[in-house]
Design a protein around this ligand. Sequence first.
Ligand SMILES: Nc1nc2c(ncn2[C@@H]2O[C@H](COP(=O)(O)OP(=O)(O)OP(=O)(O)O)[C@@H](O)[C@H]2O)c(=O)[nH]1
Length: 410
Amino acid sequence: MQTDLNTFSLALALVLVTLGMTLVLIMAAWHSGSEKGLRHWALGNLALTMGLVLSISQGLLHYSVSQILAAGLMVLGLGVIWLGVRAFKGLSQPQAGPILAALLVMLVLGYFHYIQDSAAARLAATGICLGGLCLMSARELLVPAAAPLRRAYWFTGGIMLLSGIGLLLRAAAGFQGSLQEAGITGEVLQHATLLGVMVAQIGMAGGFILMTHYRTIMALQQLSEHDALTGTLNRRSMHDKAQGLLDATRQQGLPAALIMVDADHFKRINDEFGHQTGDAVLCHLVTRIRLHMRSNDLLGRFGGEEFVLLLPGVDASDAQEVAERIRLAVNSHTESISDQPVMLSISLGVAGTGLHGYDYTALVSAADGALYRAKALGRNRVEMCSAADSPMRDKMALRLLSQFRHNLDV
Ligand SMILES: Nc1nc2c(ncn2[C@@H]2O[C@H](COP(=O)(O)OP(=O)(O)OP(=O)(O)O)[C@@H](O)[C@H]2O)c(=O)[nH]1
């Protein structure tokens, strides 16, 4: 089998592609901040590039440099890339692993060149080491992960898997001499390897950048949708997600209920124990609420110490029971929060779609009215919004009554 391709041109193209990808990874790593992995990938690719440069200088440099050191550098590069994948996933990184693998492959190549000359054994040793490292990275990436990161994981993992299989097949075929039997010359094999590695190099570097990109998007999304202190949905994203969930619930012909939760006398907690303890109390409150939530319920922070909980598929009277359980869970005893003995109680207002429809704003308004009533009637209680309750109508009067009682308390 003959090809019109020129080995040196292909090798040069591969070196340039690898160098280009390395520069892209270095630039990406430059501003990666706390993002783990990119630096390893840039460094690993740099070692790969150096190894490739040495290996295409065969004939110009001594064998020990153009073949043995080159293979060592390539193994080191793929090893560091594997470390990068583990760093990206937050796993431990056995730093010595790639160095030991590189030393091992150099020793084996030296043995099969200087002591027992076998080209097939050298090909097999390099292929097994490089292919094995590709498969190790693939193993870390071809795992379940949150979307959209999963797509980038599987893309990069797929490239690594194919590269690993290709390198191992190359090693095995060379070792058994089956390439010659199939009429595949060393030159054709080299061309195929160079082209394959070029495609793999572009895919691998692109995949790593895609992984970082998707993770950044996910982090930004998390920041824009969630309250930084408590991790609950922020007011805007709660509105959007809750309305979507309410629409879906209506289409399924199911009821839904909404609970407004407000910490009692929270200002006093802040005043008595300090703002930091106040923050810890809010996180504690959210943890308690979450214990009574199902996976498809939504929890959002409505304001300072006010939270909103949406329960799809639950009617108002069942939601009242849930609210009561949450109240008791919070109010059961004095908690040691940030080493401070804090006595916390909450007031809750409940509204259901049965009376107030599937509009999120209307439900919030109704539950808020019930919550105001709970505050006005002495706090630490659950109030239901009934049909007779026009939540907003009496709000001012309730606010005044609440303020009056509040003033009497202090
Ligand atoms: N620590 C802390 N305090 C907050 C935060 N957001 C709001 N607050 C405080 O929460 C307090 C709310 O006070 P009020 O609205 O008077 O409510 P309250 O003292 O709980 O009284 P009632 O609701 O009537 O029982 C204010 O002092 C705010 O400064 C926060 O993120 N962290």
